[in-house]
Design a protein around this ligand. Sequence first.
Ligand code: CO
Length: 171
Amino acid sequence: MAVLEIISYPNALLKQKSLAVESFDSTLHQLLDDMFETMLSRNGVGLAAVQVGVHKRALLILIPREDEKQYNEDLLEVINPVITHKEGKIYWNEGCLSVPGFYEEVCRYEYITLEYQDRFGSHKKLELKGFKAVAIQHEMDHLDGILFVDHLSLAKRKKFEKEYKRLRKER
Ligand code: CO
């Protein structure tokens, strides 16, 4: 397993749409393993393949439990996801490994039904709510070239651009 470089905003690669995964082979498994290592190394709760420069519809989430710790067995590997039902509204203070240092509230669906494939190509279906539902929507946006800051109002977006520029200078 290897820790990969995470691409950050405003890299144009993040705006490209990812393509459906068709081969559930060792190349995909290697990618998922490397993404996992990369996500943990940065204390992330989610990562999409595009963030490591691979335009495949694959993502991971690993949401902390109530004790705020992450348990590897909770890892969700999600390939070719589709949301087949969505309901309710929830506001969540989001961040992103590709937008380091910036956090802002985004409105998402509170309940979703997710259909996807696992690393072997088996079809799965899950009902998710709260943080898990939010994380899936955030990561699925990445697959379509959308970042959480793209959901902000014009005023908040301006505030972000200004603050982000300052953060990047400090880094
Ligand atoms: Co993100």
